[in-house]
Design a binder for this molecule. Structure first.
Ligand code: FES
Ligand code: FES
Length: 175
């Protein structure tokens, strides 16, 4: 039972059933970081532009800065902390191998977005990858390392390189 002024909140977070009393005005990003100490999702722009706060809600990427906690009650939430098991997830390993980060602030959001994207489409074209990642901004890398990491992961898994597809590829080259 929730305390007065708070709401009962129950979700599966990274595979663990989690019950809390939360303010109706609490954002998901604040619940994750402040109440559950899951600091993988980052708060950066706070207005849905950068993707640093990206988490999976029932397997779909959402900006945790734009979603209220109460809207996620009863759903399955996965942060970057829940993506790997005992070892790094292969996408994380590819970022490490290819130097897909500098400060690393954008990396958790990139990883969870890519996980959802590649679960749905194991052999994406370059254009599909770029479209899938268009909500995740990086201020450090120039995207070269990130792109190499993604290509390496796709190639290792499917045996083929993501193919170029026109305008979107040209758009990424312009970053
Ligand atoms: S902090 Fe949520 S999109 Fe930037
Ligand atoms: S590695 Fe610094 S923002 Fe992307």
């Amino acid at each position: 039972m929730a305390q007065p002024g708070l709401i009962y909140w129950k979700s599966e977070v990274n595979g663990v059933e989690t019950v809390l009393s939360v303010s109706p005005s609490l954002r998901l990003i604040d619940l994750l970081r402040d109440k559950l100490e899951l600091t993988g999702p980052k708060l950066s722009c706070g207005i849905g532009r950068c993707g640093a706060c990206m988490v999976l809600l029932d397997g779909k990427p959402v900006n945790a800065c734009l979603v209220m906690a109460y809207q996620c009650s009863g759903k399955r939430i996965t942060t970057v902390e829940g993506i790997s098991g005992q070892e790094l997830h292969p996408i994380q390993q590819a970022f490490l191998t290819e130097g897909g980060f500098q400060c690393g602030y954008c990396t958790p959001g990139m990883i969870v977005t890519l996980k959802a994207l590649l679960d749905e489409n194991p052999s994406p074209s370059r254009g599909e990858l770029e479209a899938g990642l268009c909500g995740n901004l990086c201020r450090c890398t120039g995207y070269g390392g990130i792109e190499r990491a993604v290509r390496q992961f796709v190639k290792a898994r499917s045996g083929t390189e993501p193919t170029t597809s026109g305008e979107l590829a040209a758009g990424m080259d312009a970053h």
